[in-house]
Write a protein that binds this ligand. Sequence first.
Ligand SMILES: [Zn+2]
Length: 410
Amino acid sequence: MRARAIGLLISVLSSCADEPRRIDVELRDGEDVTVIPIDDLAHGDRIVFRLPSNIVGFSIASFAHEGTVGAYYIVSPSGIRWVDDYRVGKNPELLLSDLLVSVAAVPQTDVFGTMDVEPGDWHVRFGGSIDRAELWIRRTEDGRFRGGTVDVDAYVAPNILDNQESYVRSVLEATFPWVGLTLGDVRYLSLPAEYTVLDASEFEAALTATSGERMPMLNVLFVAMLNNLDGTVRGKAARLPGYSGSRTLASGVAVALEGTLEEDVYILRHEMGHFMGLFHTTDYPTGVVDPLLDTPQCDETLIETAHHECPDAGNLMSPWMILDGLTESQERVIRGSSAYRGLSSAKSMTASISFSSPISPTIVPTEVRKVTFSMEERPMISCSGVRVETPSNGVSCRSGSFRVCLALAR
Ligand SMILES: [Zn+2]
């Protein structure tokens, strides 16, 4: 009897409780990433929004004027708590809440047995000193990744290397294609001379001074040396995941150029991995592991004594990566991220492509080649014996010129 009375009381209370604010999600045709601003938020506010079935991923950026901020929870229509208590998945160590701005993305973990974004009503509750938020939704025609391009604003400090402008260009060009993404539009901009050696507070100042208007995009700061609070590092991502617009503390990554192309490319890819939502496979020195079940991990003794022998040493997201391998789940996280301009439909996959000159590069078996052509009006590709990578695995068409990767058919 008493239990029944309590049950009644609870149901009365819950029916009186504030309903979450419903956010209308209007996805327009031809738009691969839709950004929905949500204003006038306060600690504890809840929203609900309905997603269709063709979503590749979404992220929620939370903003505050002071203090820390973040999504307290993100719950799927079937009740999966993708973010819980500001943390990714079930991992108590992987905190997303941060100073002034933080981003949470779905999917960032594979521990729930799926990385698909469920259709239906998603619930989010905000915390900290939240003022406003942005919901970034990525979709394709059928919810499958179709390829995309990363637009980059490259901020280059003076006096890093000889011929640094052409070197930065070659680093960016060698970084892509990567995980089915190609390099999009690049703007080269200058950083003030005092940022050639960049410390933590200057990194924040430089990020908030970024000026790009495009969204999504990636700011990359190229410097000679990068100082963290606890020492010198080769690369740094502002936040994990980062914010794919400008002027915030989360707006980009930094790379201290060494001058060795392969290494500098690895560093940039590693930082982009963080920016797009990946944690270290095994963090150093904490030993905290990422929320992905298909990534290798390293045990504590090996970390201390012989980290080059760690099972994850060949993974791009190990802190001492020596190779740039990625697992399927890691690629899935990247593809769901907000950081690129995506292709949305099968139509764009077979989009007319043409070359003003015939395709006649010498194709070396198994080698992937980048060939740049200019576009013609009525394009057509025909290659015998070669596989032309379609936008679903890494090519996108842009007006003017574009790059295509050719590899021998397997
Ligand atoms: Zn790292």
